[in-house]
Ligand binder design. Sequence first.
Ligand SMILES: [Cu+2]
Length: 255
Amino acid sequence: MRTTTKRMLPLLAATAMLGTFGMSGAAMAEGPDSTSLEANLTQLNDSGASGTAWVTVEGNEVTVKLDSTGMLAEAPHAQHIHIGGKNQCPDPNMEGTGADGAIRTTDAAGDYGGVKVSLTKDGDTSPDSALAVERFPTGDATYERSFEVSDEIAENLRNGDGSVVLHGVDHNGNGTYDGEQMSDLDESLPSEATDPAACGELEMSQMDAMPEGGAETGDGTTAGIENSGAMLAGGGLLTAAAAGAFALRRRQTQK
Ligand SMILES: [Cu+2]
């Protein structure tokens, strides 16, 4: 048993080093290597809401700008980056579990996944703040904020995975969140407060790559080279690890 553990160690070390490699690759990626994404938000639940979100990712720093119109005035609107599922917005005509077939947030989880970033105005941006009502914009959003995300989320975004979702729909048009149907996210809230109002899939923005040198394909090419470099380095490390394990085994055999 102890021998097995020892033999595993070099491999684990190599894996850890690979992780470091990946990170330093991203950390070096300043300026020219930032990824720009854009989402065109369109209505769900016949909310009449729409908007645009611009997202840039540089290392672990994410900057989000968001404009929306048609949102219920003077009411808070939770807004998130969802990642997972098919990383797409649901068909606006999908039949949901809400009143009169309204799409509730979890109905479309298979499309846009779960909340990964809460686009709050201040404080925490994790899924813990998904319903931090007092820290979201009220009415139409003019939102801008930079914050840090995990390696995993940064990677997802760099791959163009994610959707921006705005919540809060006044289904009955009486100017406030109410109704007997309660939220699928928090049963103390009316479903109107959390139902998705608009959704947009993040797509790589073509506009942003242009200003610096006009190399539209520059980002993709560089990323490709970096990846293969990391893979080569990884291969070398793994080989070294295998050699280490072999040496260790030999030493033990010789004793
Ligand atoms: Cu959401």
